[in-house]
Design a binder for this molecule. Structure first.
Ligand code: KG4
Ligand code: ZN
Length: 364
C-alpha cells in the first residue's frame, strides 16, 4: 500500500476513441480514502471516420489508433507537464473490445513500461468505467453500478477493486447498441444515443407507446432485453412511411422513454437486492447508485434514475459526460487504484488482448 501520490499514464484503444491521460491518486482520507486529479485527458474521436458506415469498422479503427496513439501520449505528457520517467505506473486497456485496437494500446503500453522500467497494469475496460465515480466523486465501496455502454449493459455490486458481483445483464443487445440501431433505423447519424436524445427533446413520448421488455416478469431478476423494443420501433417506422421529421422526434421520444423505464425498473430491483445483501445496516448517505458508460451521458435517463434513487434512499453519482464515454483517464485511474491496492503488475506484461472479458471474471 503506497502512502504518497502516484501518477499513472493510461491508454484506451478498445473501440473508436484513441485516448491517453495522466491521473494522480493521493491517499488523503475522505469517504473513499483517495483523492483523484486529472492532469491531462486527451481523446481523439473517430466518429467522422466511421459515420459513413453507421457503425465502427474494426480495421479502420485499428489503423487510426496506430496513426495517432504515439502523438496523443506525447500530448498527454506535455499537457500534464510531466515526463515518462515521472510516471509511477502505466496502464492500458487489455479488453474487452475490438481486438485489433486493444492490441495496439496494450502493446504500446507494455513497450513504454519496459522502456522506462515502470510497472504495467493491463486493465479491464469495464473496470475503468466501474471505478470512474471514485475518481470524480470519491465514492466509497460498496456501491451499486449500472454500466450502460455501446457493448455492455449490466448491473453489479462493487465491493472493492477487482471485487464485482453481477446482478443482471442483457439477454440480447447492449443498451447503447439499441440506441445506435434505433438511430440507424430512423435515418439518424452515428453514434445514435446523442442523436436520439436530441430528437426526443422535441418529441411527444405519449404518441408511440413502445414495449417495455421484462418489466413485470418477476423471474427475470435484474436482466435486460432490448431487441423486442427495437423490432417494435422498426414496425412503427415502416407503418408511418413516408416518415416526417415530427414522426422521427416522437418515435425517438417514445423509444427513449421505453429504455428509461426498463433501466429504472431494473435499478429499483437491484437497489432492493443491494440493501438486502449489505451486511451492516448502511446509513442512508452511503447507499449509492453509480451509473457509468456512454449511455450515462443521457440527461433524460439521469433525471429518471435520480428520482428512483432518491425514492429508494440512495444517492446517485454520474461522472460528467466526457468521463462517461470512453477516455484514457478512466484507464489510468483503474491502474492507479490497482497500484495503490498493492495488486502486483508484473504478470500484466504477459496479459493477452481479450475481445471478451466479463467484469466478474478475475484477471488472466
Ligand atoms: O462507453 P462508450 O463510449 O463506448 C463503449 O464502451 O461502448 O459508449 C458508447 C455508447 C454508444 O452506443 C452511444 O450511442 C451511447 O454510448 N451514448 C448515448 C449517449 N451518448 C453516448 N446513449 C444515449 N444517450 C446519450 N446522450
Ligand atoms: Zn466504454
Amino acid at each position: 500500500m503506497s502512502a504518497k501520490s502516484i501518477n499513472v499514464l493510461g491508454l484506451e484503444t478498445s473501440c473508436d476513441e484513441t485516448a491517453a491521460a495522466i491521473v494522480r491518486l493521493t491517499p488523503d482520507g475522505g469517504p473513499s480514502g483517495l483523492r483523484g486529479e486529472i492532469l491531462s485527458n486527451v481523446v481523439l474521436s473517430q466518429i467522422d471516420l466511421h459515420a459513413p458506415y453507421g457503425g465502427v469498422v474494426p480495421e479502420l479503427a485499428a489503423r487510426a489508433h496506430i496513426d495517432h496513439l504515439d502523438r496523443l501520449v506525447a500530448n498527454a505528457l506535455e499537457e500534464a507537464d510531466c515526463r515518462l520517467q515521472d510516471m509511477d505506473a502505466i496502464a492500458a486497456t487489455a479488453g474487452p473490445g475490438l481486438i485489433g485496437g486493444v492490441l495496439i494500446g496494450l502493446t504500446t503500453g507494455k513497450a513504454l513500461a519496459l522502456a522506462s522500467g515502470t510497472p504495467f497494469f493491463a486493465i479491464n475496460h469495464l473496470e475503468g468505467h466501474a471505478l470512474t465515480a471514485r475518481l470524480t466523486h470519491g465514492v466509497a465501496f460498496p456501491y451499486l453500478l449500472l454500466l450502460v455502454s455501446g457493448g455492455h449493459c449490466q448491473l453489479c455490486r462493487v465491493d472493492g477493486v477487482g471485487d464485482y458481483t453481477l446482478l443482471g445483464t442483457t439477454r440480447d443487445d447492449a443498451v447503447g447498441e439499441a440506441f445506435d440501431k434505433a438511430a440507424k433505423l430512423l435515418g439518424l447519424g452515428y453514434p445514435g444515443g446523442p442523436e436520439i436524445e436530441a430528437r426526443a427533446m422535441h418529441g411527444d413520448a405519449r404518441r408511440f407507446v413502445l414495449p417495455r421488455p421484462l418489466i413485470g416478469h418477476h423471474d427475470s431478476g435484474c436482466d435486460f432485453s432490448f431487441s423486442g423494443l427495437k423490432t417494435a420501433l422498426r414496425q412503427r417506422a415502416v407503418d408511418l412511411q413516408p416518415i416526417s421529421a415530427e414522426d422521427i422526434c416522437d418515435l425517438a421520444a417514445g423509444f427513449q422513454a421505453a429504455i428509461t423505464d426498463c433501466l429504472v425498473d431494473r435499478c429499483r430491483r437491484a437497489m432492493e437486492k443491494f440493501a438486502d445483501t449489505t451486511d451492516a445496516p448502511a446509513p442512508a448517505s452511503s447507499k449509492r447508485l453509480v451509473v457509468a458508460g456512454g449511455v450515462a451521458a443521457n440527461q433524460h435517463l439521469k433525471h429518471a434514475l435520480e428520482d428512483a434513487a432518491h425514492r429508494a434512499g440512495f444517492t446517485l453519482s454520474v461522472p460528467p459526460p466526457a468521463l462517461c464515454t470512453d477516455n484514457g483517464a478512466m484507464i489510468a485511474w483503474a491502474g492507479a487504484e490497482r497500484y495503490h491496492a498493492g495488486c502486483a503488475g508484473d504478470a500484466d506484461l504477459d496479459a493477452p488482448a481479450r475481445a471478451r472479458w466479463p467484469l466478474s471474471e478475475k484477471i488472466f
